[in-house]
Ligand binder design. Structure first.
Ligand SMILES: Cc1cc2nc3c(=O)[nH]c(=O)nc-3n(C[C@H](O)[C@H](O)[C@H](O)COP(=O)(O)OP(=O)(O)OC[C@H]3O[C@@H](n4cnc5c(N)ncnc54)[C@H](O)[C@@H]3O)c2cc1C
Length: 81
């Protein structure tokens, strides 16, 4: 649908490009442990959210962040205990 812009007042806002989420990132396992280049967990290091490659393409980015954030928190508690 086309709209005519011929009636003032006019308003403008600055718009900047931004990334909605990332596709890739730090490799983690199912416990949110960061993996080294040999695929082995690095003790005590966890990642979640946009920095983590959780292989949930097609899922909502926020869902991946929430789910892996919770998993990472549980894994950290387990590690500290
Ligand atoms: C415009 C827009 C729309 C989106 N819409 C959707 C949507 O509809 N559905 C969806 O699933 N996803 C959406 N996303 C993606 C979603 O918002 C992100 O995937 C999600 O917020 C990532 O969560 P995060 O915790 O990894 O990172 P972030 O939410 O970016 O949180 C990182 C936090 O770390 C803080 N921080 C940064 N550096 C430091 C530092 N040095 N010290 C302390 N704190 C620091 C930042 O201030 C920020 O609060 C959208 C993203 C954008 C930009």
């Amino acid at each position: 649908m086309r709209c005519r812009l011929d009636t003032p007042p006019y308003y403008a806002v600055p718009v900047f490009p931004g990334a909605h989420n990332t596709h890739g990132g730090i490799t983690v396992d199912m416990k949110a442990q960061v993996l080294d280049t040999a695929g082995q967990p690095i003790p005590g290091l966890y990642a979640a959210g946009d920095v983590a490659d959780v292989k949930l393409f097609g899922a909502e980015a926020l869902t991946a962040a929430y789910v892996y954030g919770k998993i990472a928190a549980e894994s950290i508690i387990e590690y500290l205990n």
